[in-house]
Design a protein around this ligand. Structure first.
Ligand SMILES: Nc1nc2c(ncn2[C@@H]2O[C@H](COP(=O)(O)OP(=O)(O)OP(=O)(O)O)[C@@H](O)[C@H]2O)c(=O)[nH]1
Length: 354
């Protein structure tokens, strides 16, 4: 069954989401998208500012913020649009774009998209796109934890308003994003101008007829070899302000050689999520499961994991299990600790940490 791809566009207040959306929906690749705009407050205006080529494919949800009060509305909306936006029994759209409010914490929204049975039966999360204002982004990250989360969960980071930023501001923000989310692809965007193809098909199962591009999806090379980017940030950024909120953000790759059994995987994930689940912003991984010649991929946000999926083949000769983590306050050592009791019952406890 063809699941409808959903793209989540997030980014702090005024960072350029609506400007971006306006450019995106004019492009042929997105002409058949249904756009859901979540606005907050009395004056819901954004939906009037988006000039979609097919005007009736825009809807607003403005009775609250998607990440708090109206998560159930999101489920209901996604359930209902397939018949509300249908003509002669034919669905009028092929994909969905959701623009969140600037203050939204993206984690609960991603949760809902990844875990609600009614959503999973019809939709797949195709990617998370986050806009960050190059001129004011640094200050925003200092002040707002939501902005850090928005940057941390992104598959693609769109750096907006380059025309308003100095080279110093630009450089500092890029450095900072290295520590928050080293693996996301980055594009500089002025006045929302970006090709739709850069923000589409960002997920693992972008096209069902092709072998999934695990290398691109995991992008483990971006997580500095052997380092937790949190520590990296501390060691090398001498102008670093210790009070910044993202001192608590860690991005690292955890890797081990020995195959693990299905049971151990389940038990470990349960333990890990019970202890540190709410601090895991995002985890993705490819795993070597005992007795299975093919790799299994998992990904999750906080304590919700997608059901593991077996891929047709390993992407390379490397048979290590590799997991990339973006967490809040949880470093590699803590993740290792949650795994330690299970490793003792593994046949060959020899570890290599990437
Ligand atoms: N100079 C400049 N202005 C931009 C750029 N991108 C967006 N803007 C302006 O920034 C302002 C905010 O942009 P929006 O697209 O409304 O931002 P938003 O993220 O949707 O804002 P909220 O809905 O408040 O969260 C608008 O006045 C845009 O015209 C850019 O690249 N350069």
């Amino acid at each position: 069954m063809n699941l409808i791809p959903v793209t989540l566009i997030t980014g702090f207040l005024g960072s350029g989401k609506t400007t971006l959306l306006n450019h995106l929906v004019c492009q042929p690749e997105l002409a058949d998208s249904l756009v859901i705009i979540n606005e907050f407050g009395e004056m819901a205006l954004d939906h009037m500012l988006v000039a979609h080529s097919t005007e009736n494919l825009i809807m607003e949800m403005s009775s609250g913020c998607l990440c708090c009060t109206i998560r159930h509305d999101l489920v209901k909306t996604l359930r209902d649009i397939t018949w509300r936006f249908a003509r002669n029994g034919q669905r009028q759209f092929q994909r969905v774009i959701i623009e969140t409010t600037g203050l939204a914490d993206p984690a609960p929204i991603i949760h809902t998209l990844m875990s609600h049975p009614e959503i999973l039966s019809k939709y797949r999360l195709d990617g998370i796109v986050t806009t960050i204002d190059l001129a004011t982004g640094m200050n925003t990250l200092d002040q707002h934890q939501e902005a850090i989360k928005q940057a941390a969960v992104a598959d693609a980071l769109l750096l907006t308003k380059a025309d308003l930023a100095s080279e110093v501001q630009r450089h500092a923000l890029l450095q900072r994003l290295n520590s928050i989310n080293p693996a996301a692809t980055r594009w500089e965007v002025t006045n929302g101008e970006i090709s739709a193809q850069h923000v589409l098909n960002l997920g693992l199962f972008a096209t069902t007829d092709k072998t999934p591009d695990v290398q691109r999806w995991l992008n483990e090379e971006a997580y500095a070899a052997g380092a937790d980017s949190h520590a990296h940030h501390h060691n090398h950024d001498h102008n670093h302000d210790v009070n910044r909120h993202d001192d608590r953000i860690h991005a690292f790759c955890y890797s081990f050689a020995e195959p693990i059994s299905d049971e151990v995987l389940t038990a470990w994930l349960e333990t890990m999520t019970a202890f540190v689940g709410s601090n895991i912003l995002r985890v993705k991984g490819i795993l070597n499961i005992e007795g299975n010649p093919r790799p299994v991929v998992i990904h999750g946000v906080q304590h919700i994991f997608h059901p593991p999926v077996t891929l047709p083949a390993w992407p390379s000769e490397d048979r290590h299990s590799r997991l990339v983590f973006i967490t809040q306050e949880v470093g590699r050592a803590m993740i290792e600790k949650t795994f330690a009791p299970f490793r003792q019952i593994q046949p060959k406890p020899q570890e290599t940490i990437a």
